[in-house]
Write a protein that binds this ligand. Sequence first.
Ligand SMILES: [Zn+2]
Length: 148
Amino acid sequence: VKKNRNIRMVSRLLQAAAEAMADAYAPYSRFRVGAALLASNQKIYTGCNVENVSYGLTICAERVAAVKAVADGQREFRAVAIVSDGTTPPFPCGACRQFLAEFALPGMIVAAATRKDLADPRLLTLRELLPHAFRLDKKGTTSRRASR
Ligand SMILES: [Zn+2]
């Protein structure tokens, strides 16, 4: 049952990501990407890639969706779907993996699919994509502060 619910949730996210892709601003690469993120409030936040003439300022679709969720008070992500109009499923870049890890619930799902093949996504957990995410030792920081 849980598996079926996950499949429905993922296909809903993929659909939302594909729709978000329509707003991509990608005049330089012509590589359009859409993302849809499910937060713990059950709301879906979408994003698209936004390029810039100064290439390094370009922002990926996943990070746009994540920032929208956080700006709406959400700090726990359950799943994200990413869709592109390329020929292979668009897994998040290294920067986005780390950015998503900041707010990922354990077992957060990452689904990637091409626009033409939405029904056949690649599914992984964020942990599988970024097994050793950078973390600060928050516990140590807290106890030091508490001891003052
Ligand atoms: Zn990225």
